[in-house]
Design a binder for this molecule. Sequence first.
Ligand SMILES: *[C@@H]1O[C@H](CO)[C@@H](O)[C@H](O)[C@H]1NC(C)=O
Ligand SMILES: *[C@@H]1O[C@H](CO)[C@@H](O)[C@H](O)[C@H]1NC(C)=O
Ligand SMILES: *[C@@H]1O[C@H](CO)[C@@H](O)[C@H](O)[C@H]1NC(C)=O
Ligand SMILES: *[C@@H]1O[C@H](CO)[C@@H](O)[C@H](O)[C@H]1NC(C)=O
Ligand SMILES: *[C@@H]1O[C@H](CO)[C@@H](O)[C@H](O)[C@H]1NC(C)=O
Ligand SMILES: *[C@@H]1O[C@H](CO)[C@@H](O)[C@H](O)[C@H]1NC(C)=O
Length: 249
Amino acid sequence: MLCRFLWLWILLRRADSFSVTVPSSPVLVVRGATALLSCEFEPDSNISNVVITWQREENAQVVHSFYYERDQLERQSSDYVNRTKLNHKDIAKGNASLSIASFGLKDAGNYLCIVSNNKGTDRRVVRLVYAAFYSEPMLSVLLKSTGVTVQYELEGYPRPEVMWLGSGGQNLTDHLEISPASDGGLFYVKSSYITQSPAFNVTFTLKNPALHQKLQRHVNISYDFFLQRFTEQRTKQPFDDRQEQHCLS
Ligand SMILES: *[C@@H]1O[C@H](CO)[C@@H](O)[C@H](O)[C@H]1NC(C)=O
Ligand SMILES: *[C@@H]1O[C@H](CO)[C@@H](O)[C@H](O)[C@H]1NC(C)=O
Ligand SMILES: *[C@@H]1O[C@H](CO)[C@@H](O)[C@H](O)[C@H]1NC(C)=O
Ligand SMILES: *[C@@H]1O[C@H](CO)[C@@H](O)[C@H](O)[C@H]1NC(C)=O
Ligand SMILES: *[C@@H]1O[C@H](CO)[C@@H](O)[C@H](O)[C@H]1NC(C)=O
Ligand SMILES: *[C@@H]1O[C@H](CO)[C@@H](O)[C@H](O)[C@H]1NC(C)=O
């Protein structure tokens, strides 16, 4: 009797001690990049007993599976076809890391790494976060008898923090429109500053908090009846902050 309990205890201990290891914090993946979902386990000398399943936690969609020493993709979700890769040579070393190419907004979320071998079975969640760098801001200036509209348009993800600053660094009121871009993986941002002043010097700043991206553009405009001109200043220092000059006449 005691012997049987002891045997059961050893068996449970063995099952218990088998564990998979994944990153504890979310993994940030940039639009279009290849995501690496790390997952490691204690290897067993016999790879023929290894079963690896990667699936979405939210809806149990199969992302990739491996058993009988090969990829088993019959039940793979169509969203992941031709995009996933499991390195077979690494499996014997206890590495079940999966890569997913062409990362997009739909790929953000939780992925379960489930591994079984002779030593036991375990599962852990890898969380992926999606972001996209904001594109080069496109400037347009509209001069009217009633005033001037300075507008920047650009795309990225997630929602940015936008500010317009005056020459003294004071906050200016601006008009901001944020809408989803056509494919859903980007926000389309249109931000404008309107003034009646015939001369002004303003700075547009945009931050993408997820990627610590900062964009800064200076616009310096002065115009009158005979001469209308403006300069957009862009300097490389201290971050993405450039200088350029244009003339309208
Ligand atoms: C590996 O495991 C399989 C199934 O359990 C068994 O048939 C095979 O003989 C084992 N191979 C080795 C080298 O132990
Ligand atoms: C996946 O790749 C195969 C072979 O290159 C190709 O025939 C198939 O159309 C691709 N499927 C998708 C969904 O891209
Ligand atoms: C596991 O495999 C991946 C993909 O092959 C590789 O990038 C990673 O460095 C490996 N991890 C370890 C700890 O060897
Ligand atoms: C224009 O604004 C920039 C940034 O706020 C400032 O560094 C610069 O001195 C200003 N120039 C003038 C002429 O006010
Ligand atoms: C400008 O306003 C924003 C919010 O509208 C605020 O977060 C920021 O601190 C302000 N900056 C300055 C220089 O007043
Ligand atoms: C802005 O433009 C005015 C008029 O052209 C010029 O005098 C001034 O120096 C410019 N400011 C900067 C910071 O370039």
